[in-house]
Design a protein around this ligand. Structure first.
Ligand SMILES: NC(=O)c1ccc[n+]([C@@H]2O[C@H](COP(=O)([O-])OP(=O)(O)OC[C@H]3O[C@@H](n4cnc5c(N)ncnc54)[C@H](O)[C@@H]3O)[C@@H](O)[C@H]2O)c1
Length: 334
């Protein structure tokens, strides 16, 4: 995951200067030959304040103004990459606009809130010859990479059973303070769309394509502020014939973190644990003849109700790895 070491700087703009903005800024700023030249937010005041605070040359109040300025060498001039850090249902319009402007796109998860919208995004990027990446930084956890290797090199055999347990805590204020969260129109889903998506992505990465899903959703605790689900269960069937179960909730107090387990045809299981939420995933390898590797125990002082800002801050190292990977792909044209 090395970055290009020569050639002109890649010019980046970050669109959406809310909670996850800083992860992208820090990730780009950790790289040589990459310059964050602009920010953009429909809340123009916020964009201007953010640019001043972080010493970024330009701030724009709309993507139209950003891409217009990028056309003009006497104005902002060439833009190579945009990071899209806006709420999910806005991703399609922003990514398509970037693609039409010939700018590569690294988009926050979820890519979109419907399959059709995702397809239109992929088609637009293909049509305009720009590269598209979607942020799933948990794939860059050492434990997740290790599980992938143990599956790929045959250590646990063919995956047959999987389980994801996503037992998280969110305060009512998490939904109340950010009005777009928790509505079908502006969030597109609840715990599945916003939190569990990272772990569903990992399950698919480990076990392959899902061909059948059965499930139930409900809103048990956060009804006052959300019309989407705070809890979900599902069974998944994969193209290989493997099967998995999923349990996900933001109604758990205190949060119990996340566990993902994959069992292979050798009978061995690999299990990844993220507890408290936002800490790096850790691995247990459970061999057929007993435990073959132990994870160290968690620190006793671990707080299961970590603040969201701390969770986002803990993700920065992995945003850095994925942003470096994307920048490298853009530089190398891969
Ligand atoms: N990878 C992760 O672990 C992770 C963590 C947190 C958030 N996210 C994702 O990042 C995205 C943003 O989440 P957030 O928590 O930062 O949200 P936020 O509400 O804190 O910030 C979103 C910002 O986008 C701006 N915005 C809205 N529409 C816009 C548009 N059309 N053009 C320009 N700006 C626009 C808003 O004014 C706001 O400032 C979401 O898709 C979310 O799922 C990912």
């Amino acid at each position: 995951m090395s970055e290009p070491t020569s050639g002109p700087s890649l010019k980046v703009a970050i669109i959406g200067t809310g909670a996850i903005f800083k992860n992208h800024l820090e990730a780009y700023r950790a790289l040589e030959h990459v310059e964050v030249v602009a920010v953009c937010d429909v809340n123009e005041e916020l964009a201007v304040r953010t640019a001043q605070e972080h010493n970024i040359a330009r701030a724009f109040g709309s993507t139209a103004a950003l891409f217009e300025a990028a056309k003009d060498p006497a104005d902002l001039g060439r833009l190579d990459i945009v990071s899209v850090c806006t709420p999910h249902p806005t991703h399609e319009a922003v990514v398509v606009e970037a693609a039409q402007a010939g700018v590569h796109v690294l988009c926050e998860k979820p890519l979109a809130i419907t399959l059709e919208s995702s397809q239109r995004i992929v088609d637009a990027c293909r049509q305009h010859g720009v590269q598209l990446g979607v942020l799933f930084q948990r794939r860059f956890w050492p434990a997740a990479q290790r599980i992938k290797t143990l599956i790929d090199d045959g250590t646990i055999g063919q995956p047959i059973l999987g389980h994801a347990s996503v037992m998280l805590h969110r305060e009512a204020s998490y939904y109340a303070a950010t009005p777009w969260r928790g509505s079908w129109a502006t969030d597109g889903g609840g715990v599945l769309m916003t939190q569990a998506i990272h772990y569903i992505d990992l399950l698919q990465w480990f076990m392959g394509e899902v061909v059948e899903v059965h499930g139930h959703t409900n809103t048990f605790v956060h009804q006052e502020h959300m019309e989407t689900e705070d809890s979900a269960v599902a069974t998944l069937k994969f193209a290989s014939g493997a099967m998995a179960t999923l349990q996900a909730s933001t109604a758990v107090t205190p949060g119990l973190g996340v566990q993902i387990r994959v069992t292979g045809t050798t009978g061995a299981s690999v299990q990844l644990t993220e507890f408290p939420e936002g800490t790096e995933g850790r691995i247990d390898l459970l061999g057929t003849g007993g435990t073959i590797e132990n994870a160290p125990t968690w620190p006793a002082e671990a707080n299961p109700n970590t603040a969201l800002s701390e969770i986002n801050a803990a993700l920065v190292p992995y945003h850095k790895l994925q942003v470096a990977d994307f920048v490298n792909a853009v530089g190398a044209g891969t």
